[in-house]
Design a protein around this ligand. Structure first.
Ligand code: DGY
Length: 317
């Protein structure tokens, strides 16, 4: 019987589907899998259902002699050495589509949390500081009629724009390529990155992490932003140079930031904890019950197809 290893405790549906056909082992405690452990799994299991915290570099992949498919439990797949998988036609799949709405909703919740100081206000109440209605208490910023800059108008960026339709925003976007359909649907204007940063009141990032997008936002880019701009990131932490962002937030160079992702997860730079103008989430962009189940189903289906001699549905390359 073919063997499948699931590297994290994901929704049971994956195990259930896979168990109908294969022997399945789940890392139910989410225990850390070292490089050696990943290599061993790759020599023992026909398929690995991996998570974004499992780093498969060239060295590891070249030693995973048995594994026919790596089904990554995420839409992002920057935890794999992309050049190596391309050159060696290694089957890696992801979970696109099903998490776009949920991730866009997370980005929007961050936007409102920052603009209307929701977390700060909640803390204020809990700390017993509220003495009664006060006209100037915790004033925030409106979102409607503002200029929204979307960096990466793919599936998630698209959903973000769609959900904010009622807020009558001017939409700018920056993408690898122009997307005429996106422009038409949202009356959106394509901009170079610098131009978008200069003109937007809100900047939201929805790009995959690649060598091109790593540190796409550094001090140089932040300096172009408006003083009262809000930056939202639900993509990958390393798209932003975190030190530069922290400095800008400390110096109130921008209004605030909402972050679901960080450069060195789960380690968070402790300077963030001092910042009232920043809302921090523990990488929960796609974390709704429904979506996480759909992701588990897709990952399992890709494995079933490949181990039964078929083509994967969501090959990343
Ligand atoms: C992804 O899918 O890439 C998210 O970051 C995790 O759901």
């Amino acid at each position: 019987m073919k063997k499948v290893y699931i590297t994290m405790n994901i929704p049971e549906i994956a195990e259930k589907l896979l168990k109908e056909e294969f022997e399945v082992v789940v890392n139910t405690d989410n225990k850390f899998l070292s490089k050696e452990a990943l290599i061993q799994l790759g020599c023992e299991y026909d398929a690995i259902l991996s998570a974004l915290t499992n780093i498969f570099d060239e060295d590891i992949l070249s030693k995973c002699t048995k594994t026919k498919i790596f089904a990554n439990y995420a839409v992002g797949f920057n935890n794999f050495d992309i050049d190596y998988i391309k050159e060696n036609s290694i089957i890696v799949t992801n979970t696109p589509g099903v998490l776009s709405d949920t991730t866009a909703e997370t980005a929007i919740s961050l936007l409102f949390a920052v603009s209307r100081r929701v977390v700060e206000a909640d803390r204020f109440v809990r700390e017993g500081k509220w003495e009664g209605f006060s006209p100037k208490l915790l004033l925030g910023k409106d979102i409607y009629n503002k200029t929204l800059g979307i960096i990466g108008a793919g599936r998630i960026g698209h959903r973000f724009a769609e959900k904010l339709r009622g807020f009558h925003m001017k939409i700018l976007y920056h993408n690898r390529e122009r997307d005429l359909c996106f422009e038409k649907s949202f009356n959106a204007e394509y901009c170079e990155l610098d131009d978008l940063l200069k003109r937007s009141d809100i900047v939201t990032i929805h790009v995959p992490l690649t060598e091109k997008t790593r540190y796409m936002i550094t001090k140089k880019e932040i300096d172009l932003m408006k003083d009262d701009a809000i930056l939202i990131n639900t993509s990958r932490g390393s798209v932003i140079k975190e030190e530069d962002l922290i400095e800008a937030l400390e110096n109130k160079k921008i209004y605030g930031a909402g972050l679901d992702v960080f450069e060195d997860e789960p380690n968070i730079n402790s300077r963030f904890f001092e910042l009232n103008n920043t809302v921090l989430l523990p990488h929960i962009g796609s974390a709704s019950k429904e979506t996480r189940e759909m992701m588990a189903t897709i990952a399992a289906k890709n494995i079933i197809r490949v181990l039964k001699g078929g083509e994967p549905i969501n090959l990343v390359y």
